[in-house]
Design a protein around this ligand. Structure first.
Ligand code: ZN
Length: 339
């Protein structure tokens, strides 16, 4: 199986153009401040993966407290914003408005080529491997609709449905000619009920209740249907090495799962896990960037310095490939079947 693209590796600059970053950072900071004004309304939660109450303080960042579960090692924000606060946060986010207007259009071609096409390829590969009927595919959290549009173009599935609860994004999806359901997945009831594949990319880490979300996914799937989920892996290289200074650790990411904790949760929500993989491509580069920016003190880690700075040209790609192929990247894919 070929997990790494031979034709041009993904780089950070392509998907996040340097000249647009400062303004985005400012807008994000203002979003965070607005959210933190509601801190007194935040609620404490048990581990979002295993429901254990035994969470130990891991670190603080942006005025939020990150706990690590003593039972399953999931990291999570608690206390966290309520579902109503989260809805307000996304609906009024300046960061997303800026993204929608500037960053996404400026980087869409690179994203389409380097992220969405490989994503479609991988989904089709997975469906082939597990003999899924190519009937209905539903994407939860379709965002700008690029994945659904790309999939639609391949003309493989009879019907492609974009579930997107954020009004602006849902409109963007409709403008692309997609079938859109503008609701959270837990409120979606489909006529006929039988979806063959549910796909969800970088969504579960944002949600107040991953459990409710997975039950929602199970409820629209046909028995035997596939669920494909991607999200950060807290035990992967980038997050494990950088910890609180990782950009993956932000206020929007409430849940930091790893292959085992997400597998356990899937099992409890009516799924059988078929595959867990970490095909991430950016770990080594992201840690290197933090080191070059002086945010990560790599001099205290001579081995990492040799790998990521001194011998980067020679070893960078091979090291990233090693991480990806051995379950050690901070970006994971899980494939599960509804039982
Ligand atoms: Zn746990």
């Amino acid at each position: 199986m070929n997990e790494h693209p031979e034709a041009g590796r993904l780089t950070f600059e392509e998907i996040s153009p340097e000249h647009l970053v400062p303004e985005q950072v400012e807008r994000f900071a203002s979003d965070i401040q607005r959210l933190l004004q509601h801190r007194h309304e935040f609620v404490a939660v048990p581990c979002p993966a295993c429901e254990s109450e035994r969470g130990e303080k891991f670190f603080e960042k942006f005025g939020m407290t990150y706990l690590v579960c003593s039972d399953c090692e999931t990291v999570y924000i608690s206390p966290r914003p309520t579902p109503a606060l989260l809805e307000m946060y996304y609906a009024t986010s300046e960061n997303y408005a800026y993204w929608n207007k500037y960053i996404f259009p400026a980087s869409e071609n690179a994203r389409r080529e380097k992220i969405f096409r490989p994503r479609v390829d991988r989904i089709l590969e997975i469906c082939g491997r597990h003999n899924v009927p190519r009937g209905v595919l539903l994407e939860v959290g379709a965002g700008f609709g690029t994945f659904c549009e790309e999939l639609q173009r391949r003309n493989v599935f009879r019907r492609v449905i974009a579930v997107e609860p954020t009004p602006d994004l849902a409109q963007t999806c409709r403008n692309r000619g997609l079938e859109v359901i503008e609701k959270p997945i837990a409120q979606v009831h489909l006529e006929g009920g039988a979806v063959d594949v549910v796909a969800s990319f970088e969504v579960i880490e944002h949600l107040f209740s991953p459990r409710e979300f997975l039950f929602g996914c199970a409820s629209v799937l046909a028995p035997g249907g596939l669920l494909v989920i991607t999200c950060p892996n807290v035990k992967g290289f980038e997050v494990a090495v950088l910890g609180a200074i990782s950009d993956t650790v932000d206020v929007e990411h409430l849940n930091y799962l790893h292959p085992r904790s997400l597998s356990n949760l899937l099992t409890k929500c009516g799924f059988r896990v078929l595959e867990a993989m970490t095909p991430g491509e950016l770990d080594a580069e992201l840690v290197r960037r933090k080191a070059l920016a002086g945010e990560f003190k790599i001099d205290a880690h001579p081995f990492l310095k040799e790998l990521l700075i001194d011998r980067w040209e020679e070893l960078g790609d091979a090291f990233q490939r090693f991480l990806a192929e051995n379950g050690l990247s901070s970006h994971m894919w899980l494939v599960a079947r509804r039982v």
